[in-house]
Design a protein around this ligand. Structure first.
Ligand code: IVH
Length: 691
């Protein structure tokens, strides 16, 4: 088979599997096998770029970010739907009565046939296919002009890049981009473990992903699509009814929601509304109502529009998902970043198809504002989010202390809620950022709720740079009880590690070696690695340069910290709070005892000029014992400057293995080329001058 032929086979195979998975919900291969096909195609296309086609599934991984979206005019406008807010059966009855009146039918005439479907709670989009190939995707915008989001929609695997069967020259398909709740939960779990921001709810998640200039980000979001209407069509006669149209779209390979029905008369509609309402919790995506459409396209045409809403369709909503219940307790949860969140424990209540026992209050101010107390009667609402919120307190139902004889004033039985002053998980002090509504546990290095994040950050490439200490390993170390704080890492032994699930002797040795190697670091990296709130990499280096010594930094007060350029009151108090916490100081002490160290000379403000003061250096190739970042830090600590390119002004070129053009250039200019060992000697012996 030629590469061209093989690429064709792979494209067809991948498209078939996408369709089975996303449109039919019936996958027939494993994810691993799918990935293999995908990578094989990517490899062929990388080698033969001329073979890439516009419908290749490799387009689904996203591309370079755009500066802005182009505008797209909808030649057939994207309409809205009239909403029926009467959520009972009479809502369906009224719509049917309107349609019958508009069609001038009398009571004796036959019932009208409708297509009943779900009202998806996502983002409406329009897909344009030319000769069966997906060429453009757009948002609804104001209905007449939307945004060109082709590249983001191309990453949605359920959207076919090529239609199946005999596609017309032009076919625009309208539908909804949406996210399933289970996909969202999985995505959020991964996002949190990587320290990224989770998505608030499915609907925001979809809108944020599709209206995203960087399609590589959209590609990582679990977006799906359902088709439900047509836009511009050329040289194709749609079937006579909406129900058949949906079937035709499905036959083109487009995903169409299975929860749909043909209904005759309003009683059928109301029954569909009821039936789907009962299934809301078990259907894996959100819908806030159902949509009824007159089934006959000929009748739709006769009915026409009123302003921008068709007379032949209506959205029949469900009642707001609210319920009344009683607060049993107000607990405090500690998030991965140490934030304390009050959680109200409720007497179980059925809201929007699920039994609710918890509701968030977001933060303490919110609790105060709503003044939620134990034993209060509250109204809770389930929005798109999985965890419901407390909407209001029914003050009339608040339990009061019995009034003393002759005294009319009665006091509430319970005092207002207040957060604890120490963390319920680790006992560290709870602090509050200036002006911030969020209270946090200051025991960043010891708090069990924060330890995973703290360890991943500590081991990170730009922090202590411990290779092989990823997500899974950290989880194992925590759950086996071997590691409770970063200091415990330095006590790990090969036999103890090798006992972990699926970690062989060799990997255990490597990990222990990597941990040992991390002991030689820089002051800036160490400060950064502690994960002090609001202290990023740049602030950490500024602090290292300014104070020069770690004990000096630990001892300063907020005023001294604010003297550091770019350190304001928020950062200063984060630092003071962090070092004020005895638990953290204990961990730091143990880290230093374990042998974590850095060059003493590092950037001390009042230090004599370093051995490389005023020197310009260029690093090229791979160095034997230091990473580039480490070496750069060493050079800078010695007063030198690291430049990206070689010129006459370069004093030293530090060359490692596989040094390339920079080395050639250095030779050309007859510059001094040194290796890592020589560089270290220069720094240590302060010999400065040329050899
Ligand atoms: S059909 C008839 N069908 O509702 C006009 N729209 O107000 C063409 N929507 O934001 C739309 N589910 O995204 C149609 N099954 C469904 C729908 C649906 C949700 C949304 C649509 C748009 C809004 C129109």
């Amino acid at each position: 088979m030629t590469p061209d032929e093989r690429a064709r086979v792979l494209r067809a195979e991948i498209a078939r599997h996408d369709h089975r998975y996303y449109a039919l919900d019936d996958p027939s291969i494993t994810d691993a096998d799918y990935d293999r096909l995908f990578r094989e195609l990517q490899a062929i296309e990388a080698e033969h770029p001329e073979l890439v086609t516009p419908d290749s599934p490799t387009r689904r991984v996203g591309g370079k970010p755009l500066a802005q979206f182009a505008q797209v005019r909808h030649d057939v406008p994207m309409l809205s739907i009239q909403t029926e807010t009467d959520t009972g059966p009479s809502g369906a009855e009224q719509f049917d009565a309107r349609v019958r009146r508009d069609l001038e039918l009398s009571e004796g005439d036959a019932p009208i046939e409708y297509s009943a479907e779900l009202k998806f709670d996502g983002l409406a989009v329009s897909l344009r296919y030319e000769n069966g190939v997906f060429v453009r995707g757009a948002t609804r915008g104001d209905g007449l002009t939307g945004e060109d989001v082709t590249r983001n929609l191309a990453t949605v695997r359920g959207i076919p890049l090529r239609l199946a069967g005999d596609a017309p020259p032009v076919l625009e398909v309208r539908g909804e981009a949406y996210m399933r709740r289970d996909d969202l939960a999985r995505y959020n779990e991964r996002a949190r473990s990587r320290g990224e921001k989770p998505l608030v709810n499915p609907r925001n998640g979809v809108a944020g992903s599709i209206r995203q200039l960087d399609s590589a980000i959209a590609a990582n979001r679990p977006i799906r699509f359902f088709a439900y209407a047509l836009g511009v069509v050329e040289a194709w006669t749609p079937p006579a009814t909406h129900g058949e149209l949906l079937a035709a779209l499905a036959a083109f390979g487009l995903p169409v929601c299975e929860h749909r029905a043909i209904a005759r008369g309003w009683r059928d509609l109301a029954a569909f509304h009821d039936r789907m309402g009962e299934r809301r919790a078990s259907i894996p995506f959100d819908f806030d109502g159902v949509v009824y459409k007159v089934n006959s396209l000929a009748l739709q045409e006769r009915l026409g529009f009123r302003s921008r809403e068709p007379r032949w369709a209506v959205a029949h909503k469900y009642p707001a998902e609210e319920a009344r219940t009683v607060v049993v307790a107000i607990d405090v949860q500690i998030g991965r970043t140490g934030a304390l969140t009050p959680v109200t424990k409720l007497r179980p209540v059925f809201v929007g198809g699920v039994n609710v026992t918890n509701a968030t209050l977001h933060n303490e101010d919110e609790v105060r504002r709503r003044d939620v107390r134990v034993d209060d009667t509250v109204i809770v609402r389930r929005a798109g989010d999985v965890i419901p919120e407390v909407v209001s307190v029914v003050l009339d139902a608040r339990p009061m202390k019995p009034s003393a004889r002759g005294l009319p004033a009665r006091e509430p039985l319970h005092p207002p809620f207040a957060l604890p002053e120490t963390c319920p998980q680790c006992g560290s002090r709870v602090v509050r950022e200036e002006g911030g509504a969020i209270a946090r546990c200051s025991g960043g290095l010891v708090c069990p709720a924060q330890v995973k994040g703290a360890l991943l950050h500590f081991a990170g490439r730009r922090a202590m740079d411990i290779e092989g200490l990823g997500d899974r390993r950290v989880e194992q170390l925590i759950s086996s009880g071997q590691v409770k704080t970063p200091a415990d890492l330095y006590a790990l032994t090969v036999p103890a590690l090798a006992a972990l699930d699926r970690l062989g002797e060799k990997s255990a040795e490597n990990l222990v070696a990597a941990i040992a190697k991390s002991k030689d670091t820089t002051l800036a990296r160490f400060i950064f690695a502690l994960g002090i709130r609001n202290v990023g990499e740049t602030t950490a280096s500024d602090l290292a340069r300014h104070f020069g010594r770690f004990d000096a930094l630990m001892a300063v007060d907020a005023a001294a910290l604010e003297a550091v350029p770019d350190v304001g009151s928020v950062v200063a108090s984060s630092i003071v709070d962090f070092f004020a916490e005895a638990h953290n100081r204990k961990v730091i002490e143990r880290l230093l005892e374990a042998g974590v160290r850095w060059p003493e000379s590092e950037g001390r403000a009042d230090a004599p000029p370093g051995p490389l003061a005023g020197k310009a250096l260029v690093i090229t190739g791979t160095l034997p014992s230091f990473s580039r970042d480490q070496l750069k830090a060493l050079i800078e600590a010695a007063g030198g400057k690291v430049c990206g390119s070689v010129s006459k002004k370069t004093d030293y070129v530090v060359a490692g293995a596989e040094a390339g053009t920079k080395l050639e250039k250095a030779r050309e200019l007859e510059l001094e080329v040194i290796d890592e060992a020589r560089l270290l000697r220069i720094i240590e012996t302060r010999e400065g001058g040329k050899s």
